[in-house]
Structures are given as structure tokens and as C-alpha cells.
Design a protein around this ligand. Sequence first.
Ligand code: NAP
Length: 484
Amino acid sequence: MVSRTIPVDPFDLVIFGGTGDLARRKILPGLFRRFLAGQMPEDARVIGCARGDLTDTAYRKMIKEAIEEFTPKTIRKAKDVSAFVNHLHYVKVDALGTSGWKDLKAHMRDGVIRAFYFSVGPSLFGALAERLHSYKIADSDSRIVVEKPFGRDLASAKELNATLAEHFDETQIYRIDHYLGKETVQNLMAIRFGNVLFEPLWKAQYVDHIQITVAETVGIEGRGAYYDKSGAMRDMVQNHLMQLLCLTAMEPPSRFDPDAVRDEKLKVIRALEPLDPDDYVRGQFKGGDGKSSYAEDVEDPASITESFIAMKVKVSNWRWNGTPFYLRTGKRLKARMSEIVVRFKEPPHSIFEADAGNHSNALTIRLQPNEGIDLSVTIKEPGPGGMRLVEVPLDMTFADALGPEAGEIPDAYERLVMDVIRGDQTLFMRGDEVEAAWAWTDPIIEGWRGREEKPKLYDSYSSGPEDALMLLHRDGRRWREIEA
Ligand code: NAP
């Protein structure tokens, strides 16, 4: 397979927080891969900004080390790393002060795309937007990129949106949800809308239920203070799982264009029924085997914040009436696994009496590990002795199906940063989507906070609390195993 890369126009990309973890681990190694793919124009420039005293040379050394740490050895040659870091510059800027801004302005070139990545805490977004405007660094064509957390509830998200809107139009704001940058997530749209096979069946009449799982093995080591104020609902459901749900449930957009896609996603969020108190299970991991418990990792040992949540979500519209979406996500689970499973109904009548009622198709979209798509179909078990049916996978692991080059699936950040430069907002969240998602989650969180509801304890490296299994059992269904 020949990998096609669409060249982009020359750009100045300013990364506020250019020395931080996200910039070193994701953004700059992602850009390096695009550089290797020949997508970075020769005169593209990346300007890292932070408060530290660094020269261009020291910054280049820092990022060279980051690339060595976060890029596989197989794809990086020393000469490529050196050529890439030559695109980098550093300007000392204080987001909250006046120092550095004139210097940054002097670094910007006319006639090239200007993009500003806010890779800093959200408390600095307003100050950055205001200064980019008052120092006349950003213009009406410039783009800004903002990271999660995008608010912690509806009120703060509205405030943040309003702050950014004072200086930037919605068409200039790129809210990153890196789940949308994953190859398989975009493939979900390709599978649905690029084939005639699936879309006619994509409805309550033929789909029994849908499962969306984002399981992590990591705990909250070192992030206890942040995480305890957030929990799984705010940290994962409101953004990542909600986006996956939207892409799975949405109506076909009229075009693959940013607003057409985002309008359809928004309609899904607005169609979500309030969560019934019987339809969710919250959990908190226990310690053991030398690992600390959630309660030990946070300041307040009596914390009622959840590190796990499973829920049955209903999308109240014609397409999905009666087909539940089961969502679950958690920390310190058995394996790192993210997937969407569309479980179809059984055939309405089985002509194979011995096997009646035992078989149904499932389409599994694996986000990690081994990004790919798997369709289980029923066939005859080979051999004599009557008609015995068996389910087999039609496996489309991208690396196997599309050749070795597809094994190097672009990292989400790599794709998203280039989409910013190209001016394509399709895979970014619009302000009204973010607000609608908070409007759904806020009353749920307030409800259990008000009732001081304690999460169920679960063993570290398990599938989560027993009650989460029951959530499906009582409906005569079961979760797919969490496995790598
Ligand atoms: P970090 O490692 O703490 O880095 C923060 C960066 O911001 C540093 O470069 C810091 O450098 C700079 N900074 C802080 N205050 C500043 C100021 N007043 N003016 C200018 N620069 C300032 O944080 P991070 O992990 O990279 O995360 C950045 C943002 O992305 C956060 O909002 C985080 O929630 C979000 N995020 C991170 C990840 C991740 O994987 N790390 C994932 C998703 C979202 P100086 O202190 O030298 O100024």
C-alpha cells in the first residue's frame, strides 16, 4: 500500500506549554512523524513557549531527547531528528504577564498559517486569547487549539467558550478530543457510510445493543489531586465515550464536512435520556499486591469519586428506541482495551433447529490495542455430522489487511495537528457539543454527590465491580471480556 500524504501550506505553529509533558510526549513526536512523511513544508516553523529561560539550541536539545524517548527507534534516524529540530524555536513568554509577547510577535511571519496550541492548563486560556489579540499576534485567519479538560461542568464550559469567543470565532477554535483522531474511529464512519452493507441494519430493528468500553490498567498515580476532583464521568465519559457514542449513533451527515458531522453528533447528545439511578454502577479500585488503593492515592481517604463507571444509556429517537448503549470505563482494570461492539439481533427464525437462538453477528471496532475491525459471522462448522453452526471472525486488523505501512498507524495527535494546519474542523468538538454533553452529565453527577453515593469497591486488575456485570445480566446480556 502506498501511503498518501497531502502537503500542507507553510505555517508558524506556536505551542504554549512547549516544554510540558503533552508537547514533549505527543505533539512534537507527532509532528516529527509528519515530517518523516514529507508533510512538513521546508519553511514550517514551530515555536515553543513557556516561562523557562531557554535558547533555541537548548530547546532543540530538549525536544530531540523527547523524540528519542517517545518515538520508536525503527523510524528515527539521527539525521532526520536533527533536520526536524531545526524547525524549532523557543520564546520565553508568560501567559499571565507582559514579558515575551513582543518577542513572540517579532517571530511571526506574514503570509503563512498561524496556529496557536494552548498546551497549558485551562486557567490560562483566557489570558492567552486576550494577549494574542491585544498584541495583534493572532488575526482572523489564525487558529487556536485547546485541550481537555474543557470545563468541569456546564457553567465553567460556557464561561470558557465565552472567553474564547471574545477574541476568536468558532471556526478558529479547535477543541481536541484525541479519541476522534484515532484511525479506527474515523473508520467507523467509513464503514457505516462507505458501504451499503451496514447502514440498512444500523438501527433498533436489527441491533440488539451496543457496548463501548475504554479500560485502562493505569491507576491515578501522581494525578490524585486532579483526578479526585474529576472522576471517570468527567474525565472520560463526558468527552471520549460521549464522542464514540455520537459517532456510532448519529444519522448519516449530508456531507463529510465539519458542521454537517457535528450537527448530527449534537442531535445524538440532545436525544440522550436522563440516566436512570438503576442504570449505572460506580466503582473505586482497591489496593493489594504492593499497589495502593484509590483511597490511598488521594488526599481524602473517604473520597466518593469514581474510578470506574458502567452505565446503560438510552438514545431517545426513532433509530435507537429500545436499543441500549452500554458504556463502561475505568482505571486499574484487567487490560488496556478500547472498543465499540455493535451486537446485532439473532435471525428472526432459525431453520437450524439444533442451533436455534445461539448466534448473532457482532461488529467490533477496536481502538486499542491492535486497531482494527472485526465482524463475527455464523458459518457451518467444517466436517461431517450434521449442521453445526459456529461464529468466526472476519478480522480486519489494519496492519494485516493493508500491509506493513498500515502497521504504523498515525497517532491521533499527529493527524489532529495537521488537520488544524489544513483548517479541517471535522474531528474537533464544537462549543455547543461540549456544552450539551455537560448538560447531560451535570444532573447525574449532582445527583450522586447530593446523595453522597459511595462507589462499589473493586479489585485492582479485575473487570470492575460485580454489579457492573449485573447491569447487563439482568437484561439477558453480557459484557465482552476485558482483554488485551
Ligand atoms: P505540564 O507538563 O504541567 O506543562 C505545562 C506547560 O505550561 C509547561 O511548558 C509550563 O512551562 C507552561 N506554563 C505554565 N504556566 C505558564 C505561564 N503562566 N505562561 C507560559 N507557560 C506556562 O502540563 P501538560 O501535561 O503538558 O498538560 C498541558 C495541558 O494539556 C493541560 O491542560 C492538561 O490537562 C492537558 N492534557 C494533557 C495531557 C497529557 O498527556 N499530558 C493529555 C490531555 C490533556 P513553565 O512552567 O516553564 O512556564
